[in-house]
Design a protein around this ligand. Structure first.
Ligand SMILES: [Zn+2]
Length: 63
């Protein structure tokens, strides 16, 4: 199977899929790289929310 410049191979069905696609139109496989920025945003948000809790916990431990 030939893979074009603007295509990527689907790990689910091994068919060439458009590079911009985040879901394979043949088997419905979801490409994870499209979500990596979202994952990092979630991690960053978790850190932002966890930081005040961590400081509170440290303050409680010092008492
Ligand atoms: Zn597929």
């Amino acid at each position: 199977m030939e893979i074009g410049k603007n295509e990527k191979e689907c790990p689910g069905c091994a068919l060439p899929v458009d590079k911009a696609a985040d879901v394979c139109p043949y088997c419905g496989y979801e490409f994870p790289e499209q979500k990596s920025s979202l994952k990092w945003a979630a991690i960053l948000l978790a850190i932002i929310f966890a930081y005040p809790l961590l400081r509170l916990l440290l303050r409680l431990l010092h008492l």
